[in-house]
Design a protein around this ligand. Structure first.
Ligand code: KIV
Length: 299
């Protein structure tokens, strides 16, 4: 195992860390931004080694890691632990912590307190929050206090019930215009990037063209400045329903199941552990041990 240099204190960019303004530069250059979710240190390291630009510690953790049916139950404390873990594994990628439902809706003060927790306690580089309109004052409060904010519009899973379920958004002219305007106001409020989820391709393209900040698409077509996928979806680790925008690049669940079954079989038939997995004791120490045991048993 290689050792890596310690990270500097939260709020201080680590050496080699992608600078936040570089994302807008990438948009200007036409270089696509690669974002993925991750929830632990090994995944953070793998994403970093694979050249990912941004890691989102998504509230999707509630579903893919913690086994809930929706993202709503995710808590600050859970996401802080996961963000801290990702941060221990990742060096170059920007680490964005997702503000869970109920952690920012109440007031600007609440949003700021929780965003600051992500920065100070978990070493997050930025936070993401869902929504526009009534959430614009939150974005202003956070960016005004120096916490970079990624927006998220279109299908916003925390408020899916209000949106009529998990379905594509902006599919009428009026709703598409609303999304377009939301994107512009989020940029104006200070967001450094915006996730567009489940938005028709031409609508996402129009929004992407209109913005100076990058758009990161998930189910929003190839015209966005970057793309994001959920770790477990991409790797075939999530057994639940996969939306049509998911592309599975590997099917790891059966491989993992096979490995664990093999382990269980070898434990049961006694072939694991073998000699190479065990520790020895010098002959003379073993003799002394047996002698001592004899005395212990004799009382
Ligand atoms: O929580 C999450 O994983 C997300 C992405 C789907 C953008 O918000």
């Amino acid at each position: 195992m290689t050792t890596r240099p310690r990270k500097p204190a939260p709020g201080t960019p680590a050496p080699g860390k992608l600078a936040l303004p570089e994302l807008a530069e990438m948009k200007r250059r036409g270089d696509r931004i690669v974002m993925i979710t991750a929830y632990d240190a090994p995944s953070g390291r793998i994403a970093d080694d694979a050249g990912v630009d941004v890691i989102l510690v998504g509230d999707s953790a509630a579903m893919v890691v913690l086994g809930h049916d929706s993202t709503v139950p995710a808590t600050m404390d859970e996401l802080i632990i996961l963000t801290r873990a990702v941060n221990r594994g990742a060096r170059r990628p920007l680490v964005v912590a997702d503000m869970p439902f109920g952690s920012f809706q109440v007031s600007n003060e609440q949003a700021l307190e929780n965003a600051i927790r992500f920065v100070k306690e978990a070493g997050a580089d930025a936070v993401k929050l869902e929504g526009a309109g009534p959430m614009l004052p939150r974005v202003r409060a956070l960016t005004g206090a120096g916490v970079p904010v990624m927006g998220h519009i279109g299908l916003t899973p925390q408020t899916a019930t209000m949106l009529g379920g998990f379905k594509a958004q902006g599919r009428t002219a009026a709703k598409a215009v609303r999304l377009y305007e939301d994107a512009l106001t989020l940029q104006e409020a200070g967001c450094f990037a915006i996730v567009l989820e489940a938005v028709p391709t031409p609508v996402a393209e129009a929004i992407t063209r209109a913005l100076e900040i990058p758009t990161i698409g998930i189910g929003a077509g190839a015209g966005c400045d970057g793309q994001v996928l959920v770790w477990h979806d991409l790797l075939g680790l999530y057994e639940g329903h996969a939306p049509r925008f998911v592309k599975q690049y590997a099917e790891l669940a059966p491989l993992m199941q096979q490995a664990v079954s093999e382990y269980a079989g070898e434990v049961r038939d006694g072939s694991f552990p073998a000699a190479q997995h065990t520790y020895s004791i010098p002959e003379e120490e073993l003799a002394l041990f047996e002698e001592a045991l004899g005395e212990v048993r004799a009382g």
